[in-house]
Write a new protein. Sequence first.
Length: 95
Amino acid sequence: MPIKEIASAADQSIGNIDPKTLRVLGDVCFLGGFASIIGSIVAWGFKKGTDDDAKAERLGIFIGLWAPTFFILSNRFERYANRARKNQAPPPAAE
């Protein structure tokens, strides 16, 4: 299946979701990105100075790698919410 067809199908299925719900999902993902950064620092910091330094560093990096994914998802949900809001808006009245 070509990528354009997949994208079109995704736009149609997401277009049926309420824009407020999409905006909330975007906000949750945005906060998840910051939580991932903070969680990464915490995971790395609590194990620092123990025998598991390398393990703590890898765990911190792994958790920190989630942040870009959350921020990208947040951006996409905001775009879908804006697009859905435009599609649901009544057409302007003709004068």
